[in-house]
Design a protein around this ligand. Sequence first.
Ligand code: GYE
Length: 339
Amino acid sequence: MKGKYTTGQTGARSARLRLAALAIILVLMASAAAGCSGEKEESKPQRLILGFSQLGSESAWRIGNTRDIEDKADLYGIGLMLENANQKQENQIDAIRRFIAYKVDVIAFSPIVEEGWDNVLLEAKKAGIPVILVDRDISTETEGLTSCLIGADFYKEGVMAAEYLIRKADSLEKDHVKIVEITGTEDSTPMMQRQAGFMDTLLADERMEVLESVNGDFLKSRGAECMRYLLETYGSEIDVVYSHNDEMTLGALPEIEAAGYVPGKDIIIISIDGGQEAIDVLKSGRINCVVECTPMLGSELMNTAIKLKNGEEVEKVIHPAETYFSDEQDLSAITERSY
Ligand code: GYE
């Protein structure tokens, strides 16, 4: 034991000496390399690091949005720290705290719901890190916790959906239209705004009656469950399904068929997002109208992050241009969708 101990100590000392020698050689090599290229540490442009908390992967929209942000970060040479919160606000708050601890240059996140962000955003503000809202908005007690919002005008989407329905009711000469609504995640911006835009626009039209609104959480499985419940409750009374996203619509359609109705004919189907799968179903006649909501927000996000890092002014709200597709149009003209 004793002998081994002595040998061990000597071994440790020589290992330490070897390490010290190696360190000196590495330092000399590094300074020689810097000398050759003539580069100084301070003059190297720092790569922008963006921390982005995505809320989940519940839909083709969301998956397309994440992919676009990854692609555009690569294209712009921005270091992206991406975290997926799997539909949980607490995971998003934890991710934002990790970004602050890591001292990223800019934080971006797609808030699952509007409330509950004050504390973590005050922490980001204290750390001097600018925050960009992507896709959805928030509601805070303190003003000025975020720099800007890049996302769709969801109210306008609801208005477009209602305007389509009014035109459709006119063309079918209907004097009473009974509607069921399948909404997105409760307290999320798209849920509230898509509902408000739709309802406000229908208010003055006496033919319109909303039988019930049910929460489908933007999920295909919940869309199917909601539709089953609505069919059991209202059966042949239902004239229109207004669904807040394609996923829930795609979940609802087989339920309608299983109950013996033809979607697109017996029941008018209105959806939002405009992903490829829903557009294909629209072309087949089983959906009547799809309001577009683009997830391609990556370029705006990268441009805005660069501006914020450089201390430049940014626009407070950036809404991408959007449209709608419906059975009133020549659908063969719709080009391939990217989500
Ligand atoms: O419509 C839906 C997704 O916030 C705009 O979230 C987004 C919505 C989108 O789950 O499919």
